[in-house]
Design a protein around this ligand. Structure first.
Ligand code: ZN
Length: 466
């Protein structure tokens, strides 16, 4: 199953060639932006921490879905949607994509649906369902929010397309240092803590979108770090550091839309963390760095737009029904719920053996490639891709299309710990992936990048292989 957009047709190639020869035309994208408020009605069950015992107690910060639509002179387009949410499950992304394709003729490969992974957002239907034991009324409210969310996401894509107007794009990079590797080695194995010696990616990619008059219309920026400055004891809805970074940039640039993209931060936490002041502080540091890059001379981005989407199946390690019959007796309520899901799948004759995994590549001229990975990829993926695609201007996002569980590299899988094994309890998955997970994803990335005209230089692992 490899749904792939047709290669760029001849007319677009001619335009792209023309664009390379004529600098004035070179920046001639059309860009459109839109936003929709997606703050849930409060009180509402929040997502991200299993330890929370009751719904939200108010709103610290509004949550937003934002869309940036781009179209090149050949008519190729892409719409990037960001959300202040824990993650979008496949059921919601599929529904949005189908409605967007039918109404606006934007294909699946041309649509990015991403989530900031804020742990102060609402429960999103089917995502991390094992965290909850909803009453009928709570279930009805979460379902209603999910349906409303689909409507808002479709609507925001449509409004961004309506907003298309001549624009210039440029890209630059900065760095901030508050992300730390959280996989702390202990005598009992890898625990979630602070590991100053673990790999990090402090890159802050910045895509600047200006109007014909040079004014800032949108800025899309990313960082590889969990939106978990605030802990499970915080009960107010908000966007964590990414929410504060976006708000600070929009305040500094009235009329502009700031869109945060979560990168490969599966094993990265803010440091220090635990208070609202720190969330504001980290958001401010990120916004200040984005502002610095915006004011610097940064690289122009030219057409054409090329897009590709590949979907692979990732294999879970073999399991038997007996494993979950045993787990059902566990005193841990989350293990009980996971085992019930797995036993129900066995009862239906469809034990969960694999998960589909989408990988998307978007290339703008020869100036920028945006890779949209699903799930919660650990930082090893971004670091490896930056090595293998050295020379290409890369943004490697995670948390796109479907957040079905963490995505460990082979190194992290072999080391074990939360990102390798335990997260699958809360995500309602049967257990860890097989050791082929990284190879399968990298092969899909190579197919997607190849389809947009980008070739990897050499294969290499994420390090730490025996
Ligand atoms: Zn996470």
């Amino acid at each position: 199953m490899t749904p792939r957009e047709p290669r760029v047709p001849g007319r677009a190639c001619a335009l792209a060639f023309l664009a390379m020869c004529t600098p004035l035309l070179a920046a001639d994208f059309q860009a459109g932006v839109a936003r929709a408020r997606i703050t849930p009605p409060t009180p509402f069950w929040m997502s991200g921490y299993a330890a929370r015992t009751h719904p939200s107690e108010g709103v610290e910060q509004e949550l937003w879905a934002k869309a940036l639509a781009l179209r090149d002179p050949g008519g190729h387009q892409v719409v990037l949607v960001t959300t202040d949410l824990i993650g979008l499950p496949r059921a919601i992304s599929d529904e949005v994509a189908a409605r967007v394709a039918a109404r606006f003729h934007v294909e699946r490969a041309q649509l990015v649906l991403s989530a900031s992974h804020t742990h102060c957002g609402p429960a999103v239907r089917k995502n991390l369902a094992v965290l909850y034991d909803f009453s009928e009324e709570e279930k009805r409210r979460v379902d209603a929010y999910g349906s409303e969310l689909v409507d808002r996401l479709v609507e925001v894509v449509g409004r961004a397309l309506e907003d298309l107007a001549p624009a210039r794009l440029s890209v630059g990079h900065g760095a901030v240092g508050f992300a730390v590797n959280r996989r702390e080695p202990t005598p009992e194995g890898v625990k979630i803590g602070v590991n100053p010696n673990g790999p990090v990616d402090h890159d802050v990619p910045v895509l600047k979108v200006t109007g014909k008059d040079g004014s800032l219309r949108a800025v899309l920026f990313g960082y590889a770090c969990h939106n978990t400055t605030l802990g499970g004891d915080f009960y107010r809805i908000g966007g964590d550091y990414a929410g504060y970074a976006q708000a600070a940039l929009e305040k500094a640039h009235p009329g502009a839309t700031a869109l945060f993209v979560m990168l490969c931060g599966g094993d990265q936490n803010p440091n220090p963390r635990g208070t609202l002041d720190l969330a504001v502080q980290h958001g401010g540091a990120l916004a200040a760095e984005v502002a610095r890059v915006l004011s610097a001379t940064i690289r122009p981005v030219r057409p054409p737009i090329r897009t590709a989407l590949e979907t692979v199946s990732l294999d879970f390690a073999p399991h038997t029904r007996a494993v979950f019959e045993e787990e059902a007796k566990s005193p841990d309520v989350f293990r009980q719920r996971r085992s019930r899901l797995m036993l129900a799948a066995y009862d239906e004759g469809k034990p969960v053996r694999q998960t589909p995994y989408p990988v998307q590549a978007i290339r703008l001229g020869r100036d920028l490639t945006f890779l949209a990975l699903a799930g919660e990829p650990v930082v090893d993926y971004a670091l490896r891709l930056k090595r293998e695609l050295a020379g290409e201007n890369l943004i490697v996002a995670g948390y796109c299309h479907d957040v079905m569980c963490y995505i460990p590299s082979r190194r992290v899988l072999l080391e074990g710990g939360y990102e390798a094994v335990d997260n699958t309890i809360y995500y309602g998955q049967p257990g860890p992936f097989t050791e082929t997970v990284e190879d399968a994803i990298m092969a899909a990335v190579r197919r997607a990048t190849g389809a947009v005209g980008l070739k990897a230089r050499a294969a290499s692992g994420t390090g730490g292989r025996p």
